[in-house]
Design a protein around this ligand. Structure first.
Ligand SMILES: [Zn+2]
Length: 374
């Protein structure tokens, strides 16, 4: 395809997608976004479209006719994070980038996948390439990729997910994740007579301080915030703390905190959970909300080479602190290629994606797919 035309199409499609407020709170907008994909995909010959739904979250799977397990599966999510007002959901082009909510996570990438999917099926009818689009990645992927893989039985030779790494940094592994609820129970009392009660907030704070100290111990000496290669150690963030209390002069009955814990191997869900239960102490109950093992993506070296060739600079594999939908494929032993164009300010209102790198990413995937399916 001619480059200028492709460039225009990618910009147009990305900007159309940014306009749709496809957030968690707006299922009808997510549906509208799916409709846009369907409109573009329905005209592709030799492809069947299926819609799936779980807990109110839709997914779209496009497969070549007669093929249930494509060699390559393009995979992306159309949900974006919420912004305070609707007029945030527009875009502009500045300094060679498309700027707008969701441009880099991942509507720009969806535009690329859609264009590439159409291009491949037009030029190579029947090519073993499928596409899956989900709508709940920002809230965990349980009703999206996890559902498609575990319950619908979606399989493929390799999955391409442009939602991590960068153009020449292909994610090789991701830390495991634990989301935990810590619950302390006490005895309510009037705050003027604290000796009559047991304050669960104090229990919880003591427990959290112990956890904080233990995780601080695990920071390696070579750690530097500027050096991503040194970030490969366990971390723990307190992301919420609350009580049902609404009165300033009352000691509450209970208190809870939410923790987000990330860990690389050799730590496992089991070993981390054991450690956190010990650290939390006997007066604090630990409940698991989300648990995922560290993920190895089994990156294909050929994809790394092609990325370097197209980008014109050495490409490498990297380890990532964040998790992605890749972990659900990992559970089925399916390799995942996780890289993307240059993006930034993710989840901010000035989120951006660089246009030249969108074209490069398109070309990387195009070359790789044609080699892979051969
Ligand atoms: Zn994303």
């Amino acid at each position: 395809m001619e480059k200028t035309r492709l460039r225009e199409r990618l910009i147009q499609l990305t900007r159309d997608l940014v306009l749709i407020e496809s957030t968690d709170a707006k299922p009808e907008e997510r549906n509208r976004c799916f409709q846009l994909f369907r409109n573009h995909l329905e005209e592709v010959g030799g492809v069947t479209l299926q819609m799936h739904e779980k807990e109110g979250y839709e997914s779209l799977v496009a497969l070549p006719e007669g093929i249930s397990r494509p060699d390559v599966l393009f995979c992306g999510h159309l949900d974006v994070v919420e912004h305070p007002t609707s007029d945030h959901y527009r875009s502009e082009i500045r300094d060679g980038s498309i700027i707008g909510p969701g441009a880099g996570d991942m509507k720009g990438q969806l535009a690329i996948l859609l264009e590439l999917f159409r291009h491949l099926h037009r030029e190579y009818p029947g090519i073993s390439v499928g596409m899956a689009i989900t709508s709940d990645e920002e809230r965990g992927g349980e009703n999206g990729v996890k559902f498609l893989v575990e319950e619908i039985g979606l399989r493929c030779g390799v999955a391409i997910i442009p939602d991590g790494g960068s153009l020449t940094e292909i994610t090789r592994e991701e830390k495991g994740i634990l989301h935990l609820r810590l619950l302390a129970r006490g005895k309510a009392a009037h705050a003027a007579r604290p000796w009559l009660g047991v304050n669960p907030l104090e229990t919880l704070i003591a427990s959290l301080s112990g956890i904080r100290a233990a995780f601080d111990e695990m920071i390696p000496e070579k750690f530097s915030a500027d050096n991503p290669a040194s970030h490969w150690f366990p971390t723990c963030s307190i992301t919420n703390a609350s009580t049902p209390n609404d009165s300033p002069n009352r000691i509450p009955e209970q208190a809870e905190a939410i923790l987000d814990v990330r860990f690389p191997p050799p730590h496992t869900v089991e070993s981390m959970l054991k450690l956190l239960k010990e650290l939390a102490g006997k007066n604090v109950k630990v409940e698991t909300i989300v648990a995922a093992e560290a993920t190895h993506l089994k990156t294909d070296q050929r994809f790394v080479e092609i990325s370097g060739e197209v980008a014109g600079k050495q490409a490498k594999t990297v380890a990532a602190c964040g998790g992605s939908d890749a972990r659900f494929f990992f559970a089925e032993n399916i390799p995942v290629l996780l890289s993307r164009p240059y993006v930034g300010n993710l989840h901010g209102k000035d989120e951006w994606i660089e246009i030249d790198s969108m074209l490069d990413y398109f070309e990387i995937c195009r070359r790789y797919v044609l080699e892979y399916v051969d």
